[in-house]
Design a binder for this molecule. Structure first.
Ligand code: ADP
Length: 627
């Protein structure tokens, strides 16, 4: 085994790879950008090398600098994690030229699977069924629209270079095709520098089921069963599990065989995932699943496979990269119990899962389950990288007990300082349809109302907040200040004024604090009240701030994060409905629609398409409504 490994990644996956390396006695080298100089993965590594400024293009995507770092530190191998350079064939080749082992498949296999259209063509040739569709030989909008008609709606437009759900649009009717194509191409161009698309039939009741495969350089290939990743928002996974609920043995065997065939067809080596889409409209059937794509790297959700098989997949990767044979043969690999992973993201389910950036002023992660995280309390979630905070994985005897264990763990989780999907995840894990295994990729959208936690605090939360403030005041009050009563920022002796749902509300100070609610003061002066995994943010009424109006400003829409305005969808003087899209912001490599918070008249549009904007830039201002 090599003696030193460089991990060309950051956050949880960098930490996770280092844990295994350390256990195997391999020294670790971290790399980092300026935004990450104090990050957990840097602190954890034996050595660390700075790459460059925060943007990934100037740091984590700089293969040349990473190879220099390997040379300078004596690392003989590079683990790319996922994302960044993990599926970059040129980088894998660069490693080979520099005499460094790339922990991943050969460049030829990465290339063969790199573009969705080519991969599909290759799989068809190898006898693996693919989703019916048009591979996009002719990219003219007219031809693409004709092909969509031929395939039959609904269809899915996919960027051939796509990943992470970017450049992908589901289209329900021919009338919407042109606009969706435009938007998909624009997003693909900016994310991948390649705006070619393919068109696929949108599979009914789709379930995303993928198979973990592994191959070595001695001609052996195995699969480690399936993962069901059907719980998605924005075509992106949030809850994954293994095995797939309701999977018939015959279908499992067929999928495993198809996945191994796919790996062998491209001369694979190392860890890979073959993703299939299954039509579950009549339950899972062995003849109703199709190849979507192969990811030639370790997946975010690999821990559920580790849990049910008992193997450490990073150890397998390192051994295979070092030239060893696969640690186990197919007959040695079995399923033990059930595992579910939830991805805790800094994002706001109530605004279409927009990433939420800020500081993790509180971060308490649960005990008793596996937690893979790469951030600590006090760290910032920036717009530069993926906003995942942690993965929480529960393993138990049955699916039901694993779900209960995971929900219980998330209830112990506390995050404040930015918005997260924690309460949403708990609700999803407790949803009757989820527990019944009634899942497909439309699950979240269909159940969204029930899955969105209440924003407004209930009486207990308010009582806890008033108690907290009373105690805080007691602690801080000067002895000669004590008699004047406290009347500062909406706090008086008897009641405290909050701003709740844009209204000024006076809440009497409670006699005692209800059990199980943790309250803290945030840096901006707001309170965060945490109960069973939910965080309520409470704004104190400030007479100085809202002079003239009764509550919080809802007379404008501002950007939730820095980015670029790519489209303006309204004009001055226009009357808009609640929820109507006003503008499209591109940030964190995705397009985000900014929608009207209520029915209103547009008074001013303050940006133009193409503007680079800071967080909090006012995009649209609304006219005052006559009372
Ligand atoms: P990406 O590489 O951008 O993640 P994928 O091709 O893996 O894109 O697809 C992402 C998700 O989109 C899938 O997990 C699935 O939920 C959905 N999807 C993809 N293709 C289809 C299809 N033909 N029909 C229905 N849903 C699909």
């Amino acid at each position: 085994m090599f003696s030193a490994l460089l991990i060309a990644n950051r956050a949880e996956i960098a930490c996770r790879v280092m844990r295994t390396a350390r256990r195997l006695g391999v020294a670790t080298v971290a790399v980092y950008s300026d935004a990450d100089k104090d990050a957990a993965h840097v602190a954890m590594a034996d050595k660390a090398v700075r790459l460059g400024p925060a943007p990934a293009r100037e740091s984590y995507l700089r293969g040349d600098l990473i190879l220099e770092a390997a040379k300078a530190t004596g690392a003989q191998a590079i683990h790319p994690g996922y994302g960044f350079l993990s599926e970059n064939a040129e980088f894998a080749e660069g490693c080979a030229r520099a005499g460094v082992t790339f922990v991943g498949p050969p460049p030829g296999a990465i290339r063969a699977m790199g573009l969705k259209d080519r991969a599909k063509a290759l799989m068809t040739k190898a006898g693996v069924a693919v989703v019916p569709g048009y591979l996009g030989e002719d990219q003219s909008p007219k031809r693409l629209a004709q092909e969509a008609d031929k395939i039959g709606y609904p269809v899915l437009i996919k960027a051939v270079a796509g990943g992470g759900g970017k450049g992908m649009r589901k289209v329900e009717r021919a009338a919407d095709f042109a606009a969706a194509l435009d938007s998909a191409k624009r997003e693909a161009k900016s994310a991948f520098g390649d705006d070619n698309v393919l068109i696929e039939k949108y599979v009914a009741r789709p379930r995303h089921i993928e198979v973990q495969v592994f191959a070595d350089n001695h001609g052996n290939a195995v699969h480690l069963f399936e993962r069901d990743c059907s719980l998605q928002r924005r075509h992106q996974k949030v809850i994954e599990e293994a095995p797939a609920p309701g999977m018939p043995a015959e279908m499992r065997a067929a999928m495993g065989a198809a996945a191994v065939k796919a790996a062998l067809a491209v001369g694979y080596s190392g860890a890979g995932t073959v993703e299939f889409i299954a039509d579950a409209s009549q339950g899972l059937k062995p003849d109703r699943f199709w190849f979507m794509e192969m990811n030639t790297r370790l997946q975010v959700e690999h821990p559920v496979t580790e849990a049910i098989t008992g193997f450490d997949l990073v150890e397998w990767q390192l051994r295979v990269a070092d030239g060893e044979k696969l640690p186990a043969m197919q007959t040695d690999i079995r399923i033990h119990g059930h595992a579910i992973e939830a991805r805790l993201y800094a994002e706001d389910p109530a605004t279409g899962f927009l990433p939420s950036i800020g500081t993790l002023e509180r971060l308490r992660l649960p005990a008793g389950v596996r937690v893979d995280s790469g951030v600590r309390e006090g760290d910032a979630v920036t717009p530069y990288y993926d906003p995942m905070i942690a993965k929480v994985i529960a393993h138990d005897g049955s699916r039901k007990s694993a779900a209960a264990k995971l929900a219980g763990a998330l209830k112990q989780t506390q995050v404040a300082g930015l918005r997260t999907n924690n309460a949403f995840l708990i609700r999803a894990l407790q949803a009757p349809d989820f527990l019944a295994g009634e899942i497909d990729t439309g699950f979240i959208e269909r159940h969204l109302d029930a899955l969105l936690p209440a924003r407004e605090p209930d009486d207990d939360v308010l009582a806890a907040a008033t108690q907290f403030l009373a105690q805080e005041h007691k602690r801080s009050a000067d002895p000669w200040d004590a008699r004047d009563g406290f009347r500062l920022g909406g706090v008086s002796r008897q009641a405290i004024e909050f701003v709740i749902a844009d209204e000024r509300v006076a809440v009497p100070i409670a006699a005692g604090a209800p059990e199980g609610i943790d309250v803290m003061r945030l840096q901006n002066g707001d309170l965060a009240a945490m109960r069973d995994g939910e965080t309520f943010v409470l704004k104190l009424y400030d007479p100085m701030e809202s002079a003239g109006s009764h509550g919080v400003a809802s007379d404008r829409i501002a950007t939730p994060m820095p980015g670029k305005i790519v489209q303006i969808l309204v004009k001055e003087g226009e009357r808009v409905k609640k929820g109507q899209p006003l503008a499209v912001l591109e940030a964190m490599k995705m397009e985000h629609t900014l929608a009207a918070p209520a029915e209103a008249t547009v008074e001013a549009v303050q940006v133009v398409a193409g503007d680079q904007v800071a967080e909090g830039t006012v995009v649209v201002r609304f006219a005052k409504e006559a009372a």
